[in-house]
Design a protein around this ligand. Structure first.
Ligand code: HEC
Length: 138
């Protein structure tokens, strides 16, 4: 009798544990569906958080990623180190130097940012979606 009661107690505990951990989803949404992304709300904050300690007015490539400077220096602008490839070609991640550098596929030199952990998957996904949707200044 005691053994059966213990058995059911253990089973109940396992069920509670499993259902609790199942409720903890990822803290960010990763999706294959297109989603809304805006330059000012989503993209510039990534540059501000991860890039501008190097990419400011003093950067040797001239790529200043500070708020108010970044957009005009990226869109359809030839890369300094990988000319004539464009830093960002709207609608094409493949033709955008910046995309190759943040995913670190080695096509255009080292990963960006070169220090720290790199961008999160969700940050990369936002930049991809923004380029695919035309890299608007919205
Ligand atoms: C620790 C300093 C540092 C940080 C942080 C950094 N970069 Fe860079 N970046 C460099 C250096 C140095 C180069 C030149 C060497 C090269 O092309 O890899 C460069 C080059 C680039 C280029 C090519 C520019 C051109 O015209 O050829 C792009 C695009 C770029 N970085 C994007 C980024 C992005 C986006 C971030 C943030 C997610 C970032 N970088 C963060 C140092 C940095």
């Amino acid at each position: 009798m005691e053994a059966i009661r213990n058995f059911f107690t253990i089973v109940t505990c396992i069920i509670i544990l499993v259902s609790c951990s199942a409720e903890e989803g990822p803290i960010f949404i990763e999706t294959d569906e297109p989603f809304e992304v805006s330059f000012s709300a989503d993209i510039q904050p990534i540059f501000t958080n991860h890039c501008i300690q190097c990419h400011n007015q003093n950067h040797p490539t001239g790529l200043d990623l500070r708020d108010g400077m970044s957009y005009d220096l990226l869109i359809n602008v030839s890369s300094t180190n990988y000319a004539p490839n464009l830093r960002i070609e709207p609608f094409s991640i493949e033709n955008s130097v910046l995309w190759h550098k943040i995913i670190d596929d080695g096509v255009f030199g080292q990963q960006m940012p070169p220090i720290g952990d790199g961008l999160s998957n969700f940050e990369i996904q936002k930049i991809e979606e923004w380029i695919i949707q035309g890299a608007l200044n919205d």
